[in-house]
Design a protein around this ligand. Structure first.
Ligand SMILES: [Zn+2]
Ligand SMILES: [Zn+2]
Length: 349
């Protein structure tokens, strides 16, 4: 079967490898669709993770069960499943508190050595992955492509639950990549007024489909003044920093109202995570600066059922699909800023 390997920075290789054996307590799936995530792009730029020579990337996968191990009873051949990357350990301090995304020993499909990802024709999922990872049956009527987008939806839904986004809120989303666009849409669905800031003209055009109340060029002058105007002079109730840019987080603290929330949704580059911000704004304004990383596994089921019910704007989100042999073109497109979600379709659909 064919699988994609990340060999070094920006070098992907498609090659033939032996079929995976079905684990005694696990399953083998035929992968049908797998999305390219922002974290895949980061990994692609940096090269394989420390400790491995090469890795099969991809973690936003959906497919069909084609084999089950003798001691696996939760899945049967023919089940359609969607997969997200996190595998928690089940017994650290955080797992015992059911804060699984904060697990001290988190492993990730497509990243951690020994856990190959989804850019392949077939994938073995061990009992550990089925129990402590995130693998759910797809609801009826959901396509593989749409199921693959569930992973992105999970983190966005979890963020809005945490921020408590509601109809009385004014929300500013900074960054209109795939996650930013989805934040706009989910916040609008909660009834909030939403302004989105984005530097790229292409993305400002693309985000319009997600129904924001206002789109601003973040490089234009007096952004803080424009946000004041949009919020009746008060500042935003919630600011979501949905890009990997330090400046954004500083801006977030400056444009949120007193008592408001700034959500750090996008991680900063690992080599340069330090920022300077006006901590007196946080102190005197009682601003809450909130981290948002990954999600509790329950959000995956929630996202799948919202997607199946047509409640998330997935048609506008998926701008490009490619076959597995075009993996390099697909990554180039995903990194170009001209695309939102790029999905790799694998095998017969
Ligand atoms: Zn992802
Ligand atoms: Zn744990």
């Amino acid at each position: 079967m064919r699988a994609v390997f990340l060999k070094s920075s920006r070098t992907l290789e498609l090659r033939n490898i032996p079929e995976p054996n079905v684990p005694d307590d696990g399953i083998v799936i035929e992968v049908k669709a797998c999305g390219i995530c922002g974290s895949d792009l980061r990994r692609w730029t940096e090269g394989p993770p420390p400790g491995s020579k090469e890795v099969i990337p991809g973690h936003e996968a959906a497919g069909i069960v084609i084999e089950t191990g003798p001691s696996c009873s939760d899945f049967k051949i023919g089940d359609l499943v969607a997969i997200a990357p996190d595998i928690h350990c089940g017994d650290c301090y955080y797992c015992r508190k059911e804060l699984y995304n904060l697990c001290d020993n988190l492993q990730f499909l497509g990243v951690t050595p020994g856990f190959p990802g989804g850019f392949t024709e077939r994938m073995a999922l061990t009992g550990e992955i089925l129990t402590n990872g995130i693998v759910n049956k797809m609801p009826d009527g959901l396509s593989f492509e749409h199921a693959a987008v569930s992973e992105l939806c999970n983190s966005v839904l979890a963020t809005h639950e945490k921020a408590g986004t509601s109809e009385n809120d004014t929300v500013v989303v900074i960054g209109a990549g795939p996650a930013g666009c989805l934040h706009v849409s989910v916040a609008r669905q909660q009834g909030a007024r939403v302004c989105v800031l984005e530097i790229s003209r292409t993305r400002r055009r693309m985000v319009e489909k997600f129904n924001p109340d206002l789109v601003l060029d973040s490089s234009s002058g007096d952004i803080l003044g424009r946000i004041k105007e949009f919020t009746g002079g008060i500042g935003a109730d919630i600011v979501i920093c949905a890009n990997p840019v330090a400046q954004t987080q500083r801006l977030g603290v400056e444009m949120v109202r007193k008592g408001g929330k700034v959500v750090l949704f996008g991680g900063l580059p690992k080599a340069n995570p330090m920022i300077t911000l006006d901590s007196n704004l946080i102190h005197y304004g009682e601003i809450q600066v909130i981290g948002a990383f990954s999600y509790h596994p329950r959000f995956h089921k929630m996202a799948l059922s919202l997607l199946a019910g047509g409640k998330l704007p997935v048609e506008s989100l998926i701008t490009h699909t490619f076959e597995l042999e075009k993996i390099n073109e697909a990554y180039d497109m995903a990194a170009s800023g001209e695309a939102l979600k790029v999905i790799i379709k694998i095998g017969r659909q």
